[in-house]
Design a protein around this ligand. Sequence first.
Ligand code: GUN
Length: 292
Amino acid sequence: MTAAILDGKALASQLREETAEKVARFVGEYQSAPCLAAVLVGDDPASEIYVRNKQRACERAGIESRLHRLPAKTTQDELLSLIAQLNQDTSVHGILVQLPLPKGLDEKQVLDAVHPLKDVDAFHPENVGRIAQGRPRFLPCTPHGIQQLLLRNGIPIAGKHVVVIGRSEIVGKPMAMMLVQRGDGGDATVTVCHSRTKDLRAVTRLADILIVAIGRAKFVTADMVKPGAVVVDVGMNRTEEGLFGDVDFGPVSEVASWITPVPGGVGPLTIAMLLENTVEAARLMRGKEPTG
Ligand code: GUN
């Protein structure tokens, strides 16, 4: 079997068009654009690229983007004071603090300080709690992108066994919570694997849908995949030999039925969903019901 490609780049472009239409309707109604404030602390080169890409995508969709650059030596109090100022500013609808923060800054305290109604990453405990209870306000960008990629390619999720490798707060945990919920895009049987999982291969071979988010190049090999499984690769590992996902793409694509490439799979969807959340945040500030 040679797997069909799950084309995240094409879907992201379609989603961005859909968001741009929502932005245009918002501007028509309120004569001002949704606005995302991005906070970049320090000079991590990968973060610089991510933030630049997010800003460019905002501008293309008609969303205003404001970048707040702070030096690596910024103190916790200085950063918290900027967040407080952005929370107060009614012209700012979404706040994104690019991670990782430089050493010495308390990431949890900073993310907790973002107002839950402006928390377009869905990292705030109130928003995470709402996801756990099946009444989300914002959905976290990467898991939401993956869910849309499955749904819009007609891949059944209900009743399927989904195995997630990785238990991060950004991808693994929220992904599992979303897929186990009742309703469209949910109703899966979900197993979450991590570094302490015994006989990982035996578990991953049970997966109808295998989602890999552990940040180790080519970690998932063909023998770990059930023939015909759908494989979603969240990894972006820059090595001396080049950029690789967490999945050994060539051999695994001979076993799987569907697979995401790296790049061009999950990555572009993360940004598309950030734009979507920013419009949603703007609508919420105007007292609109979530679009769901
Ligand atoms: N760094 C890596 N991924 C993300 C993300 O989804 N959001 C933020 N804010 N920072 C990140």
